[in-house]
Design a protein around this ligand. Structure first.
Ligand code: 5AD
Ligand code: SF4
Length: 486
């Protein structure tokens, strides 16, 4: 997933950094499964959803008597939660699996398992042809893990890749791995019904289904009571969240869910990801404007700025429609930051059509974007219908143009924040110094500032920005806040 993309490399660094919260991890280890003797090690790749799923897996394994470990050498069970979204992501996982395979030779009895999208896509192939692993478990089959581990331990094939129309793991309380204790993910739905022609996700994660709204609010409340101050509601397409209460047949929409979670506590920030431009409604925007603790940030992937390409991608909106949506967001929430996902070199894309993507970056004034060149995925609509006819060199050159422009736009976006004061939720020490804190503002921008006595992660402070690069803001504390956040 991280590819060669600088933005994603940045995220990877952040994840690695948060993994250094060793003390917290140890503490969870002590409390997670009394008297357990076996250890599991889990590595996650890809989207936030995968990281969130790994916490569900960890909870299921803890119930079955396994303890988490970060030391591969002591693991009885090595799991990789995988991503299939681009070829590169799968290659990275294969490399890791070969390393684990070698390690297994030194640790007889240890099992290696593949979870997530690659398990779903490649199924038996991973067990039979490649013989790299003992367990293959798809995203809807995690409850079956303890049983599958047992059969694999007895030398049978441990495989379950059945997709479900109902599974949401609503009743499972995730075991927070590698957490900073301040920000947490809550998965609100699973799967995707959109069928964007480039995307393998509908095949690997199955049909869309929404989780019980009350279980989501209960999870947010529990996190708040444990000291967390920010939750991100996760789904492939959160705006199509729709849950029918079986007691009274009433539907809870995403806008209503947002309000329910925002009402947990005014000092609990609420974020969400990802929004499909076709589904985000004015009600959602009004809910964001109404509650200070719903963050003013929308990840609104455009994929391409050209209407013909958008049609081939089956995105169901065109350039003008997307532009209207952006206009509407800035109208209702003037200080909202918008970010995007962009694919370059999709099937048959011309230079003029690519130029439309560039101009969309300017028009939407994205604060940042995740940018990729098109990677054909077997079985997708695009792979079946359109030629992957843009040479790799051209795809990469277009990607570089997109990255260069986005870097300029991000820089300008951040420079415009100089002199402004933002409320920041402290997440921990900055990457470079233990004399500095880092935290995000409502717009999801990372701000680094010198520490002050008595403050700790989870506190809110007002920070005035005095310096900005394309990636980070720097500032100074001007006020401490208790109570509500804005
Ligand atoms: N090739 C390149 N990028 C892709 N994405 C999804 N599928 C592909 C593909 N086949 C990107 C999209 C999506 C993000 C998660 O990954 O931009 O929004
Ligand atoms: Fe893939 Fe489109 Fe669904 Fe996103 S919305 S997961 S890009 S099919």
């Amino acid at each position: 997933m991280y590819d060669n993309n600088p933005t994603l490399v940045g995220i990877k660094k952040e994840i690695d950094e948060s993994r250094q919260g060793e003390a917290f991890y140890q503490e969870r280890q002590e409390t997670s499964a009394e008297g357990a003797t076996k250890h599991f090690y889990i590595e996650s790749y890809g989207c936030q959803m995968n990281f969130s799923d790994s916490e569900i897996v960890a909870s299921i394994l803890a119930e079955a008597g396994y303890r988490p470990t970060r030391m591969l050498e002591e693991a009885d069970l090595i799991l990789v939660n995988t991503c299939s979204i681009r070829e590169k992501a799968e290659e990275t996982v294969r490399k890791r699996l070969r390393i684990f395979d070698k390690m297994k030779a030194q640790r007889p009895g240890a099992l290696v398992g593949v979870l997530g999208c690659m398990a779903e896509r490649l199924k038996k192939k991973l067990l039979e042809e490649e013989k790299l692993v003992d367990l293959v478990v798809g995203p809807d089959a995690y409850r079956d893990l303890p049983g599958l581990i047992e059969s694999a331990g007895e030398g049978e094939k441990g495989i379950n890749v059945l997709l479900s129309r109902e599974e949401t793991y609503a009743d499972i309380s995730p075991l927070r791995l590698d957490s900073n204790g301040v920000t947490g993910f809550i998965s609100i739905m699973r799967g995707c019904d959109n069928m964007c022609s480039f995307c393998v996700v509908p095949f690997t994660r199955g049909r869309e289904r929404s989780r019980n709204a009350f279980s989501i609010v209960a999870e947010a409340t529990d996190l708040f009571e444990k000291g967390y101050r920010e939750v991100t509601l996760l789904g492939q397409n959160v705006d199509s969240y729709k849950w029918e209460n079986p007691e009274n047949g009433k539907i809870v929409t995403f806008a209503q869910l947002l309000e329910m979670v925002a009402l947990v506590h005014p000092t609990l920030r609420v974020r969400f990801s990802t929004s499909h431009p076709k589904d985000i409604t004015d009600e959602v925007l009004y809910a964001m404007a109404k509650y200070d603790n719903i963050c003013n940030y929308i990840h609104l992937p455009v994929q391409s700025g050209n209407s013909r390409i958008l049609e081939l991608m089956n995105r169901t909106y065109d350039r003008d429609w997307y532009k209207n949506k952006v206009r509407r967001i800035y109208e209702i929430i003037p200080d909202c930051a918008i970010s995007s996902d962009i694919i370059t070199g999709f099937c048959t894309e011309t230079e003029e059509e690519h130029a439309d993507t560039l101009s969309m970056i300017e028009y939407a004034n994205y604060s940042m974007s995740y940018m990729f060149f098109y990677s054909e995925r077997p079985g997708t609509l695009a792979a079946r219908k359109y030629p992957d006819d843009i040479p790799l060199k051209v795809k990469k050159r277009r990607l570089q143009e997109v990255i260069d422009l986005q870097t300029q736009v991000s820089h300008r976006h951040n420079q415009a924040d100089i002199g402004k004061t933002f409320q920041v939720l402290i997440e921990g020490d900055s990457r470079k110094s233990d004399q500095e804190f880092k935290g995000r503002n409502s717009q999801n921008k990372m701000i680094v500032f010198p520490k002050a006595d008595g403050l700790q992660p989870g506190d809110y402070v007002w920070v005035k920005v005095h310096e900005a690069s394309s990636a980070t803001l720097k500032g100074e504390i001007v006020d401490r806040t208790e109570g509500s956040q804005g």
